[in-house]
Design a protein around this ligand. Structure first.
Ligand code: ADP
Length: 185
């Protein structure tokens, strides 16, 4: 029951949008490490002070800090019904940290969101105009897409070896994509 479903995909692929809907429909915790880090930045915590410039530049926050934040989050009561991980793991060390707690929190499924770079850049720039997110600039997007390819994409193979990956075409109508994803729950 404390199973984890990982949403994996490049920035702008719509993981957050879909995770919010799925979590509420299936009564799961929605854990977005990006949202949590932005909250730390807003609250001016020590972690937030370390994270701010990294977030703005589109770079990753160091593994040990994110792993600690995520592990603490999983101890909250709402995770007893299962959780969607949105934005974690993003590196191999992060994925390995989940392996270590897999007796308690097994990764049941990984849903990979696929979209081309042009579409992603377009979406993020539009989102930046609306949300005012300080990392939704052209320079930061370029870095985030590079970081995704270098650090996060290898996780697809890591989980494919475990035969728990489902790939979803993340370009198209939001409701249709939602229907595809909800079949996996
Ligand atoms: P996006 O998917 O559009 O990049 P997120 O909200 O998932 O948006 O992440 C925003 C930023 O937060 C990332 O660019 C990174 O700096 C930081 N971040 C989020 N999750 C992680 C993580 N698991 N490890 C390291 N840094 C992270």
């Amino acid at each position: 029951m404390t199973d984890l479903v990982v949403f994996l995909g490049p920035p702008g692929a719509g993981k957050g949008t879909q995770a919010i809907r799925i979590a509420s429909e299936f009564n799961l915790a929605h854990i977005s490490t990006g949202d949590m880090l932005r909250e730390h930045v807003k609250e001016l915590t020590d972690l937030g002070k370390t994270a701010k410039s990294l977030l703005d530049e589109g770079k990753l926050v160091p593994d040990d800090l994110v792993i600690q934040m995520l592990t603490e989050r999983l101890s909250h009561e709402d995770c007893l019904r299962g959780s969607i991980l949105d934005g974690f793991p993003r590196t191999l060390p992060q994925a390995e940290s989940l392996e270590k707690i897999s007796n308690k929190f097994p990764v049941r499924k990984v849903i990979v969101f696929e979209a081309d770079q042009e579409e992603l850049t377009k979406r993020i720039l539009l989102r930046g105009e609306i949300s005012g997110r300080s990392d939704d600039t052209e320079d930061s997007i370029r870095v985030r897409l590079e970081v995704y390819q270098k650090d996060t994409q290898p996780l697809i193979n890591f989980y494919e070896d475990k035969r728990i990956v489902t790939k979803i075409n993340a370009v198209g109508d939001i409701d249709n994509i939602y229907k595809l994803i909800s079949k996996e729950f």
